[in-house]
Design a protein around this ligand. Structure first.
Ligand SMILES: [Zn+2]
Length: 840
């Protein structure tokens, strides 16, 4: 019975190879007879079925746009002349010059393009149309059955049909992606019994057999669905391992280092980690690197803040505390190395494309998620074995939530006669995923706003993640549809996306960005993301600095659903903190790979008294939402209003609503952060969770390479370049404000030369804004993860979610590799100079 681990785990890795390198091809053999093959994956398809690959949809509107763009890029004289001619005759900015702020029809001389509604009227529509009842209806629809990635075609079609009904032309774009579906699993605690086998060896006894299931609750119909999705990890490795086990805390880089320093042997053992702090896949990654053979990750109620049973709160469904049987599913892909389909890094997963091996992208050791109720017997088996949390210091004593259940939080390892058997059987296949893409064509072809939310969920429900966002984006689209029906036509093109496969590793959005990369780099002015749209009353946002001002402006126009004083807006009740872009949702490919400024926002901040959000659990259900998350769907409505206004501002103002000065300010602060890190006299105090986990995730070496004193010189150089960038940014923003004013003024038709001059100046200014973020891309990418091209923003390599600033620089300093630090200081300096040139 005791395999000792290496065999089965190794097999699992080999299995991946086969599929990644070759075996996947057999899915492509069938004929495409036009339209869908009969055997298309649906959510009703049993999990065990191998799914046929569907013919890609060819008539995708963007191909036309792309063609247009390539024509524009390789412009012939004729095209240039035509562009000039069109600018003169149908200047798109001209017909908008009364916006925003003025009423009435304006003075358009291009009768065919006359907008029948003003910006103010549009804003009114976007505030008045979204409704809580409708949001609730969409939420109920999406949460009525499983919609795992690649198994939600009916929901993709439903979404496309609704968007079409609302007047937004929508189609489905398919990718053939490599993912896993669960076949079977087991987690058991085994003891060596006193009785001997016939051959004299002792036999094993099952001390505890985990159900690996969440309780069915009478109050919550979603929890009792027959076709509910088993508890498992996306991209986890198949394997059957048995071994003694070690409690590894949060499984951060330094948690493992602490264990090594305490002489805890890890090789051949199974890791028992708690969720939280860092991306789950990175816990498995480090365990694997240290020779561990399996990984179990459980949800400790000690991380639930005030709302715990220990503090006297009842557990869901009777109260706001965590249901003890709740399990957090989730992906264990190595997200900070590269998101998307792991077999097609950097290019789209179209049928027939070459597939790369997956090692280095997903784990080779099996893992399972676990509830705290079922973690208790396993953790208790460690009592008295190895050092306790106290012995290992403050980071191990944090959030201890099962002391009252008799868990002493010893790290182990468990004695040889107390072992875990972990079985994880996954089917890996290459199967279609479906992005729904809706387009409202604007007048300017090469300035495009993209807005997205993912549709796939780990569970039948997903009322919070992602379908509160799906309800929100639907309400925003319905509102724009209302405007379209009244004759509105946007200035810029707006693209809406309902992504598939986000949960496995941002798959649907990453493949789409990879497919349309040249067009997006040319035309996409911003990407706006909503994932979890509303699960608490606390608004939260992360964004590129270029877009900060826009978020402040918009949230100040939307009434708060929670007014203690009449007239309070969302802005009034929000602390105004905007996080840097890390990863963990669909903006990643846009921001970090394509250099497009992004926003991701929603009512998802946690207050100490927030009911526990059962993330990736069966209890993220419609019932939980109506009782604890967002009663009356009022925050759904507010979020739809925020999203609508954000899109409108982005698409309708003649001058792009990007602020360059804010970028300069942020860059200066980021360098100061690095300066503090280099300054040995400076002692950092870690106050927030993010800071603590960032600190615990730093990869350092004892010996240094190069001269640390040179770094200060380099950082001073960076600050100098930033000062120059800042001057250019301030004058660009001033110029933009001036042009915005001019665009607002009426220019009589006979002053055609002034009109042309203004239109050209606006276009040139917008182009400058569009190119700022692109200037921060470095072609070779970050060290060891070339897919990540942005030199300012990336997920922390050992945190996964949290955004690291100047990742190349930061990691080299942690590494004490000062030669590499110099390299990165140069690269960043070049980018800042390029950005300055772009806008000067
Ligand atoms: Zn999500």
């Amino acid at each position: 019975m005791k395999d000792g681990g290496h065999g089965p785990a190794g097999d699992a890795g080999a299995g991946h190879h086969d599929h990644g390198a070759g075996a996947g091809h057999h899915h492509h053999h069938h004929d495409y007879n036009g339209g869908y093959p009969t055997n298309v994956a649906g959510e009703s398809t049993p999990l065990l079925t191998t799914v046929m690959v569907r013919r890609p949809i060819r008539r995708y509107p963007h191909q036309t746009l792309r063609r247009f763009c390539s024509i524009a890029i390789n412009a012939s004289l004729l095209a240039l002349f035509l562009t000039f001619f069109i600018t003169v005759v149908t200047n798109p900015y001209e017909r908008r010059h009364e916006w925003p702020g003025r009423h009435g029809r304006g003075h358009d001389y291009v009768a065919a393009h006359t907008n029948s509604i003003t910006y103010d009227e549009l804003e009114r529509l976007l505030l008045d149309t979204p409704s809580g009842e409708k949001a609730s209806e969409w939420s109920k629809y999406y949460t009525s059955g499983p919609h795992l990635a690649g198994k939600n075609l009916s929901q993709a079609e439903w979404t496309r049909d609704r968007w079409n009904e609302w007047g937004v032309a929508s189609t489905i774009v398919a990718y053939d992606t490599y993912i896993n579906y669960p076949l079977s699993h087991r987690l058991a605690l085994l003891n060596k019994s006193g009785t001997k086998n016939g051959d004299g060896t002792q036999s094993w006894r099952v001390a505890f057999e985990a159900t690996l299931k969440e309780d069915v609750l009478e109050e919550d119909p979603t929890s009792g669905l027959k076709d509910s999705i088993p508890t498992f990890h996306g991209y986890s490795a198949s394997g059957n391992v048995t071994g003694s086990f070690v409690y590894v805390n949060y499984g951060t880089y330094w948690d493992f280092e602490d264990l090594i320093r305490a002489n805890i042997s890890l090789t051949g053992k199974i890791a028992v980690a708690r969720y939280g702090g860092i991306f789950r896949g990175l816990k498995v990654k480090r365990a694997q690197e240290l020779g561990m053979v399996g990984c179990v990750i459980y949800s400790d109620p000690g991380d639930d803040g005030e709302m715990t049973e220990v503090n006297g709160y009842k557990a869901y469904p009777d109260g706001p505390a965590r249901n003890p049987s709740s399990v957090q599913r989730g992906s264990v892909q190595f997200l900070s190395v590269a998101p998307g389909d792991p077999t097609t890094p950097g290019y789209p997963s179209k049928p027939g494309v070459p597939r790369q091996p997956v090692d280095g992208a997903i784990p080779s050791i099996p893992s399972l998620p676990l509830s705290y109720a079922e973690a208790i017997p396993i953790l208790k088996a460690l009592n008295g074995h190895g050092p306790s949390a106290k012995d290992l210091g403050q980071y191990w004593e944090r959030g201890i939530g099962l002391g009252h259940k008799g868990v002493k939080y010893n790290v182990g390892p468990s004695p040889d006669d107390v072992v875990i058997n972990l079985v994880n059987e996954q089917e890996y296949i290459t199967t279609p995923m479906w992005d729904v893409i809706g387009i409202i064509n604007g007048t300017i072809p090469d300035e495009v706003v993209v807005v997205g939310n993912h549709r796939d969920a780990w569970i039948a429900g997903g009322a919070g993640d992602p379908n509160s966002g799906s309800a929100v984006i639907n309400e925003a689209i319905r509102s724009f549809g209302e405007a379209l029906s009244q004759g509105w036509k946007p200035l810029r093109t707006i693209v809406f996306a309902s992504w598939d496969g986000e949960e496995y590793g941002l798959v649907g959005s990453t493949e789409w960005v990879e497919e349309y990369l040249p067009w997006l780099k040319d035309a996409n002015v911003a990407y706006i993301n909503v994932d979890v749209g509303a699960v608490t009353p606390v608004f939260g946002a992360s964004a590129a600095p270029l877009l900060h001002k826009l978020i402040y402006d918009v949230t100040a126009r939307v009434p708060s659903p929670n007014q203690t004083v009449a007239g309070q807006t969302v802005r009034d009740l929000w602390d105004g903190r905007i996080s840097t872009m890390g990863s963990g949702s669909d903006f990643t490919a846009f921001q970090d790979h394509a250099g497009i400024p992004c926003i991701s926002f929603g009512f998802e901040g946690q207050a100490p008294n927030s009911p526990v959000y059962h993330y990736h659990s069966n209890y993220d259900s419609y019932h939980w939402m109506t009782e604890y998350g967002d009663r009356g769907f009022v925050y759904h409505k507010a979020m739809a209003q925020i999203l609508g206004l954000t899109i409108a501002k982005m698409s309708e103002t003649p001058l792009l609503t990007l602020n360059a000065t804010d970028y300069a300010t942020a860059l200066k602060q980021y360098v100061e952060k690095v300066e503090k890190k280099v300054d040995t006299k400076h002692t950092t105090t870690l106050s927030t969770d993010v800071e603590i986990f960032e600190f615990r995730s730093r990869l350092t070496r004892p010996e240094s390479t190069g001269d640390p004193d040179m770094i200060k010189v380099e950082l001073a150089k960076l600050q100098k370049s930033i000062t120059k960038f800042r001057h250019a940014a301030i004058s660009l923003d001033a110029q933009s404000a001036k042009l915005a004013e001019e665009a607002n003024e009426h220019i009589p038709w006979w002053k055609i030369i002034s009109k042309i001059r203004l239109a050209r100046a606006i276009r040139a200014t917008n182009n400058k804004y569009k190119n700022i973020e692109r200037a921060f891309l470095y072609k070779e990418g970050l060290d060891g993860r070339p897919w990540f091209k942005h030199v300012v923003f990336a997920p922390g390599i050992w945190t996964g979610y949290a955004g690291a600033v100047f990742p190349g620089l930061d990691e080299s300093i942690d590494n004490k590799d000062f030669v590499n630090t110099m390299k990165w200081a140069d690269i960043i300096n070049d980018c800042i100079k390029a950005a300055t040139e772009t806008i000067s």
